[in-house]
Design a protein around this ligand. Structure first.
Ligand code: UD1
Length: 420
């Protein structure tokens, strides 16, 4: 099993570029099976989740060509040979569920093992299924799998009880080839939804309103291939911003869309970090002012992202004062707290809130990455902790950070990947 060894590092300095967005590329790859000709997807990040999605597409009959040096993937799905996503793949990556909407749209049938991925709560898929049902699909829930079948899909008015990112994407992908108009209300407004809508519209879909709480889709009879570059990863960007703040460094992040990380910028500024936004770049300077506590509540976009909660919490262990964090999106996203406390942090959980006492000097320890962002938080902790932090189960981290070691090392971090 591979591990990361992280040593206390100097303030991070220099520049790196954000890669393409994990959460944008996965639904876009799934959506590419809606066309019978080639889709070319560019600015692909080097991630384990992308590899799993490639295998998933191949398992249903797509021909996937990876041109790693060009960061490009081509997907050709002339025919779908299998409407079932195999358990071995689905259990590795929760986003496999995103194949369901496109399969249902193209083949009127989709069967999928119930998803795995980060263990950050119950993570049901009831809203996805409710949407498919409203479009005319019959849903059958078996032991460990779910199957949706339809004679045809017909546009419908669908209100989501919660603005779920995955449900919005899945229903949108199912509705593009439905007969008539679909109106989706109380949907997720994340930039990744907008990127998916742009991709689908490039294929010939008629989607309006992505990025607002209501999306209107006029069904079309077929979609064609397209070439599309995915947006930069806002969570990766945010993680490097917090890493710069954590080490009191000075880092320029290129290929970053400041608008997509507004809440992270606002909170870092509240803490006393200087941030300047230039076109396509964000500079984070934390080597001048004292860094102070702030409170955070995670919310659907444009609120503070749950995917940045653990990294920000790590920063707050080192600042002046006490902070309160409230996690409202996932009910079990505090698994990093036990590990941070083992490194010397003082964080208490009260229901959905966490109280973080600042100015703690962390010490290196053997810790475990329990999920993707929790793992990233432990790497950040390791950068400021005395001694060596040994992080196991790093496959979680490699699901979501492209060239993590290389980028951190470029900024001066002391981090190594070792195989045991
Ligand atoms: C996506 C992101 C993930 C991010 C999350 C929230 C991808 C591949 N992953 O995950 O990184 O943390 O958005 O920003 O894009 N829920 C239901 N029923 C459903 C669906 C969701 O109750 O049918 C609940 C979930 O349990 C959770 C909340 O809604 O409490 C948000 O989940 P959702 O927005 O669906 O997250 P994902 O799409 O899984």
């Amino acid at each position: 099993m591979a591990k990361y060894l992280v040593e206390k590092s100097n303030p991070l300095r220099g520049e790196i570029a954000a890669s393409g967005s994990k959460n944008a590329v996965l639904p876009i790859m799934a959506a590419s099976i809606l066309a019978t000709d080639v889709c070319k997807i560019m600015d692909i990040p080097k991630l384990r989740d992308v590899e799993v999605m490639c295998q998933l597409l191949e398992s249903i009959g797509s021909k996937v060509t990876i041109e790693a040096e060009k960061e490009m993937i081509s997907v050709l799905t002339e025919e779908i040979k299998e409407e079932e996503a195999p358990y071995e793949l689905v259990k590795q990556m929760r986003a496999s569920i995103l194949i369901m909407g496109p399969l249902l749209a193209r083949k009127k049938k989709a069967k999928i093992a119930l998803p795995g991925g980060c263990a950050i709560g119950a993570r049901p898929i009831d809203l996805h299924l409710k949407g498919f049902h409203a479009l005319g699909a019959e849903i059958e829930l078996g032991h460990g799998y779910v199957e949706a079948t339809a004679d045809k899909l017909v546009g419908a008015n669908i209100y989501l009880d919660f603005p779920s990112v995955g449900a919005t994407e899945n229903i949108m992908m199912a509705a593009v080839l439905a007969e008539g108009t679909t109106v989706l209300e109380n949907v997720a407004e994340e930039p990744e939804i907008v990127d998916l809508a742009n991709f689908l519209n490039g294929m010939g879909a008629k989607i309006k309103g992505a990025g607002t709480d209501t999306i209107k889709i006029e069904g079309v009879s077929e979609l064609h291939g397209v070439t599309h570059a995915v947006i930069p990863d806002r969570i990766e960007t945010g993680t490097y911003m917090v890493a710069a703040a954590m080490t009191r460094g000075d880092v320029l992040i290129k290929n970053a869309i400041a608008d997509h990380v507004k809440p992270v910028i606002a909170k870092l500024r509240e803490c006393g970090v200087e941030i300047s936004e230039e076109e396509g770049n964000i500079r984070v300077k934390a080597d001048q002012n004292p860094i102070i506590a702030t409170d955070i509540k995670t919310l659907p976009y444009p609120g503070f992202p749950t995917d940045m909660q653990s990294q920000f919490m790590t920063l707050l262990t080192s600042v002046e004062g006490t902070s309160i964090i409230i996690e409202t999106v996932f009910e079990n996203r505090y698994m990093h707290i036990g590990e941070l406390n083992r490194m010397g942090a003082d964080i208490k959980i009260e229901g959905r809130s966490a109280v973080v006492v600042g100015e703690k000097l962390l010490e290196g320890a053997q810790v475990t990455a329990t999920d993707l962002r929790a793992g990233a938080a432990l790497v950040l902790a390791g950068l400021v902790a005395d001694g060596v932090t040994e992080i196991s189960e790093i496959y979680h981290i490699e699901r979501g950070y492209s060239d993590f070691i290389a980028k951190l090392t470029k900024l001066g971090a002391k981090i190594k990947r070792v195989e045991e």
